[in-house]
Unconditional design. Structure first.
Length: 264
């Protein structure tokens, strides 16, 4: 596959991934959404189906990595780093496009949510002081969770370990099944299997940090959150942002090492 095919495929695929994955977070979170308060089960399955859809769309062009940790793991596995930057560039651009499309899709809901005094504070709001303290401590705005992940308990060691562990499970599942004949990405069956692996990770391991397990999935939308003209959006929690980048990359490298020792 050519560099242009890889870049286009990863851009389109990752945009679809974030549009559908971020979309389910918006649907569950925002006021005036028909799916508001649908819960964690909806989010876990929404992200799983987002992965499946994105893989089916992008696999013919790029092999559907859609995740810098997957690309790194495959590069380590095959000892071939020639297309690493092309994959990562497409994934980051696609993630940002997908996040912007979530904003467009839920534009009215974002405005309704971020102008509600019970959510952002203001005269007559309940627990305004508590919300202000939480925002000051975490640097995370009230809709950041639509775009990026964040921990329920801030503990650097635990948060980093959680992202590493979840990513190792994801990458091992990818490396041990469903790869295309050229070894560069997921095949048709692999897309379905990996979708359910993502659901399983979300349900079982997603509670502590929101399971980024994908640096582009977290960083691209976080940048978009910082840039979008959303009223009362609050901070983008940059002090935490390195964990869902470094953790998945470490997890991808560990998974590749395990694969080369145990399965190759």
């Amino acid at each position: 596959m050519s560099s242009s095919d890889i870049f286009i495929g990863e851009t389109i695929g990752t945009a679809v991934l974030i549009l559908l994955g971020g979309g389910v977070c918006a649907a569950v979170t925002l006021k005036a959404s028909k799916a508001r308060n649908a819960g964690w089960l909806a989010i876990a399955f929404g992200w799983g189906f987002a992965v499946m859809t994105a893989v089916y769309i992008s696999a013919p062009l790029s092999g559907a990595h859609l995740n810098p940790a997957v690309t790194l793991a495959l590069a380590i596995k095959d000892d071939d780093y020639s297309n690493l930057a092309t994959y990562w560039g497409g994934q980051m651009l696609g993630a940002m496009i997908g996040a912007a499309l979530v904003w467009v899709t839920y534009y009215g809901q974002f405005l309704a949510h971020l102008t509600d005094r019970e959510i952002v504070g203001g005269p007559g709001a309940q627990a305004t002081e508590t919300k202000a303290v939480e925002a000051q401590e975490t640097g995370a705005g009230p809709v950041l969770g639509v775009f990026s992940t964040g921990p329920e308990i801030r503990n650097i060691v635990q948060n980093l370990a959680t992202e590493i562990i979840g990513t190792v499970v994801l990458i091992l599942a990818i490396l041990t099944q469903g790869l295309n004949n050229d070894g560069n990405g997921l095949g048709t069956l692999g897309a379905l299997i990996t979708a359910f692996v993502v659901v399983s990770i979300g349900l079982s391991l997603g509670g502590p940090t929101g399971y980024a397990i994908n640096p582009a999935r977290d960083l691209g939308p976080r940048i978009v959150h910082a840039l979008l003209p959303l009223p009362n959006k609050g901070g983008s929690d940059w002090s935490y942002a390195w964990i869902p980048i470094v953790g998945p990359l470490i997890g991808g490298a560990i998974a590749a090492g395990i694969y080369n020792v145990a399965f190759a």
